[in-house]
Design a protein around this ligand. Structure first.
Ligand code: IMP
Ligand code: MG
Length: 178
C-alpha cells in the first residue's frame, strides 16, 4: 500500500486525540436529547466506530449509502440514495457522520432530505473538510480537520475502493489516479 502514499497528513495518534475531543463536545451538546448518529457508508465507517465509542450518552446509530463519486477522484455532481436508513428519523436529533466534505453536494442534499422527513434537528460532524472545493454552502457543526485540496485516502477514505483500511490519512500519489 505504501506505493500509493504521497504524504501522511494526519497520523493515527492525531486522529484519535481529535475524535476523543469531538466525542466529548457532542456528549455535552446532546445531553437529554434523542441522538441518532447517521453514518454515511462506506467512508465514514471507521470514523463512526471511533466517534460513537467516545460519546457518553444513550444513542442509536444507523447508516445510509449515497453515491456521488463513482470510481473517479472527482465528483460527478449527482446524489443518489443507494441504501436508506432502517428506521424513521421523526423527532430524532440527527447527527450525520461523514468522512469528508468536498464540494458539499452530498451533505447539502442529505441534510435537506433528513429535515424533510421530520427530524427534530439535523447537524453534521465530519472528520475532514476541503473548504477550497466547496460549491454549495454547508454548515459544518463539528469538524475534525481542515485539509488542503488534495485527494486523500485512509481511515475509511478510498480511491477506487482501496486503502480504506490505512489507520491514518494520507495524500494519494498523482501517478495512481492520472
Ligand atoms: P462532496 O459531495 O463533493 O462533498 O463529496 C463528498 C464525498 O466525496 C465524500 O463522502 C467522499 O466519499 C468523496 N471524496 C471527496 N474527496 C475525497 C478524497 O479526497 N478522498 C476520498 N474520497 C473523497
Ligand atoms: Mg463518502
Amino acid at each position: 500500500m505504501k506505493k500509493a502514499i504521497k504524504e501522511v497528513l494526519l497520523t493515527e495518534a492525531e486522529i484519535t486525540t481529535r475524535v476523543k475531543e469531538l466525542g466529548k463536545e457532542i456528549s455535552v451538546d446532546y445531553e437529554g436529547k434523542d441522538l441518532l448518529l447517521v453514518g454515511i457508508l462506506k467512508g465514514a465507517v471507521i470514523f463512526m466506530a471511533e466517534l460513537c465509542k467516545n460519546i457518553d450518552l444513550p444513542i442509536t446509530i444507523d447508516f445510509m449509502a449515497v453515491s456521488s463519486y463513482g470510481n473517479s477522484s472527482r465528483s460527478t455532481g449527482e446524489v443518489k440514495i443507494v441504501k436508506d436508513l432502517d428506521f424513521s428519523v421523526e423527532g430524532k436529533d440527527v447527527l450525520i457522520v461523514e468522512d469528508i466534505i468536498d464540494t458539499g453536494l452530498t451533505l447539502a442534499y442529505l441534510t435537506e432530505n433528513l429535515r424533510s422527513r421530520g427530524a427534530n434537528s439535523v447537524r453534521i460532524v465530519t472528520l475532514l473538510d476541503k473548504p477550497d472545493r466547496r460549491n454549495i454552502e454547508v454548515k459544518v457543526d463539528y469538524l475534525g480537520f481542515s485539509i488542503p485540496d488534495e485527494f486523500v485516502i485512509g481511515y475509511g477514505l478510498d480511491y477506487a475502493e482501496l486503502y480504506r483500511n490505512l489507520p491514518f490519512v494520507a495524500s494519494l500519489k498523482e501517478e495512481i489516479y492520472s
